[in-house]
Design a protein around this ligand. Structure first.
Ligand SMILES: C[S@@+](CC[C@H](N)C(=O)[O-])C[C@H]1O[C@@H](n2cnc3c(N)ncnc32)[C@H](O)[C@@H]1O
Length: 245
């Protein structure tokens, strides 16, 4: 495995960035991860030290293992159509959209409920409540220049979210599904079950918070696949899981 992908910086000329492509995005990534652990595995994937890969990941403010992994999977898989459930401020959306921008291909459909943040303490000790009770904060960390590939659907309630997911998968096959919404066993099983039949062969079902319950284990068994899990937070159970169709 291994090939070079060109990467274009924001408002910059093209820079050469070596990110491996995989025969199997989940298996190959897992193989490397098992031997390296986060975040060193990112270095192995990119063939660069953190300081060197920062021009590509850091350019999009991607520093967390979860987003870095998502970014690399999207860079490797080069999906045309991705659906995610659960956006909140939009860090996962940003990682997916940034990778699509570098790939020059793909669109992301995201579903969430209205979400309003709670403000935060600024460094000078004041409370910034600009966004409290204001318009929805959903996806607000995704910059404008990444939004042309983004179809963000904010729906009223969980029932409408499921209906929207069904509608999106009925519009055509997908390359990747990312669950990060309501992490109950019932909802995870429901969403996996809607997305899986619509995934193209070789497509990837990817899920956060798989350590909360056995939903991914049971689902993997029901479709005859082996789940792969990634530990993102040192000392905590592996929480990101993937299945390849
Ligand atoms: C853990 S956060 C998502 C984090 C985000 N993916 C990220 O990486 O930054 C969970 C989100 O799921 C949303 N959510 C909860 N239940 C949902 C449902 N049934 N359908 C869609 N979104 C839901 C919440 O509004 C919240 O924004």
């Amino acid at each position: 495995m291994g090939s070079s992908l060109g990467a274009r910086g924001i408002g910059q000329t093209a820079v050469s960035t070596s990110i491996m492509t995989f025969g199997d995005p989940i298996e190959d990534l897992y193989w490397i991860y098992r031997r390296q652990r986060v975040p060193a595995f990112v270095t192995v994937l990119t063939g660069r030290t953190p300081q060197e890969y920062i021009p590509e990941l850091g350019r999009y403010r991607i520093y967390e293992g979860k987003e870095a992994l998502l970014y690399l999977i999207v860079r490797s898989l080069r999906p045309e159509k991705v659906i995610e459930t659960g956006v909140q401020f939009g860090w996962s959306s940003l990682a997916i959209l940034a990778a699509m921008r570098e790939n020059g291909v793909g669109s992301l459909h995201s579903i969430d409920l209205p979400f309003v943040g709670h403000g935060h303490l600024t460094t000078d000790g004041n409370f910034d409540d600009t966004h409290v009770n204001a318009i929805s904060d959903t996806g607000r960390c995704v910059p404008e220049y990444l939004r042309s590939r983004w179809d963000l659907r904010i729906v009223a309630d969980p029932g409408a979210s499921t209906a929207e997911l069904r509608r999106l998968v009925s519009e055509g096959p997908l390359d990747m599904f990312f669950h990060d919404s309501d992490h109950t066993y019932a909802n995870m099983t429901l969403e996996y079950g809607i997305a899986w039949p619509a995934l193209k062969p070789g497509g990837v079902l990817y899920s956060d918070d798989v350590d909360r319950n056995r939903a991914l284990d049971d689902f993997a068994q029901s479709v005859g696949r082996t789940k792969r899990v990634f530990r993102i937070h040192p000392g905590k159970p592996p929480s990101l899981g993937g299945l390849r169709k």
